[in-house]
Design a protein around this ligand. Sequence first.
Ligand SMILES: [Ca+2]
Length: 421
Amino acid sequence: MKINKIILLGFSIIFIFFSFYSAYAFIQLAKKNQTWPFGSGISKYLPNYFKKVGHEITQENESEIITQYYTLKKDLYPIPSSNATGIGGGINIIDDSYILNTLNNGELITFNLKTKSFSKINKTLKDKYLSIRDIELIEKDKKILFLSLKQNNHCMSLVLDQFDYTFEKENFEVNNHKNIWESSNVCKTWDGFEGSSGGRVISHDGYYFVSTGFFDKVPSGVSKNSQSIKSDFGKILRIDPLGDSEIFSLGHRNPQGLFLFSDKNIIIATEHGPSGGDEINIIEKSNNYGWPCETFGNLYSYDKKNDIKNMWPENLKKFNCDLSITFKKPLFTWTPSIAISQGAEYNKNYFEKFKNNLIVGSLGGMSLFRLYLSEDYKIINEERIVIDERVRDLAISNDGKIIVYTDSGNLLELSKVEYNN
Ligand SMILES: [Ca+2]
């Protein structure tokens, strides 16, 4: 009897051990391959808390990434909120040595880059917006701008709001709300507007520049909006401080990155194209960037069908396409698509070999891409740096490290592995 009990206990322990091990292996594999629950439609119905725990038990707090010029040390800091996993929000450098991290649901938290510690979470803006798409910090005026997705009953819009802020003793607070601009409302019942909103804002030249996506549920984003001068969507808009907006450029599909380059004189936008057509563009006034009339790649609905006869919608006139005009060609395109996100110019001395290169992030590609531009602004070299997480936003710290904010709810700091000779 006693021996039977011992055998039973032994089997139970082995069973429990294998159950935990299988669950761990499953989560790790799912995360690596971006399959269920991390990369599927079901993911959005899974409570954030579960996703956060799933990520935390499978990630290493420190690892190394080999690149051509440096071995990078990747330090990982899980953001202490289960709302940190998601598909929005962003990071900004504040007061030289802090990161201001805005989560998709409006929670605000700061991270001290010297002590590597997070502040308390400020919940003033929590759930004020459906999704925060981007943040612009204007430190000299102590102002912060939020470009967000707002729900008005059954309609959706993008709103640009401004607040004053204070940042004292690691305590970040916002007050004095002022709405600057709001897009037209789109009244449709589906919940994927985050993914088609474009949604970046920069302050430049006395204006706010806002990128907007096609903002609709249409197959592969083939929409009338991008070529229509009556629509706010599929554009880079230039908005003055009083809120008057004008179309700066058109023909964009889903521009999820917007930043300045080359002593801040050049505007760069990255854009989710169709399958195999992600783009990076230099944005100049009045240019038409082609969507959906001219593009690389093909419709997601044509994937794996080998249907070359129907590679592109035939009736482009239906989508406001005037095929007699010359569309601006992209600076570079990715096939297969990488789901390109935000980027930055690397302009510090720390990674000397990266100086004046562009660093752009990718969601589906789970990597950074380092791009070298020639003097006449042609991309002549590219290096992929695999991060293994969906890159939502990135920033360059004052001492030259690369800070990455990921959809798994982490801040990553990339530095150099120093070898002692
Ligand atoms: Ca284009």
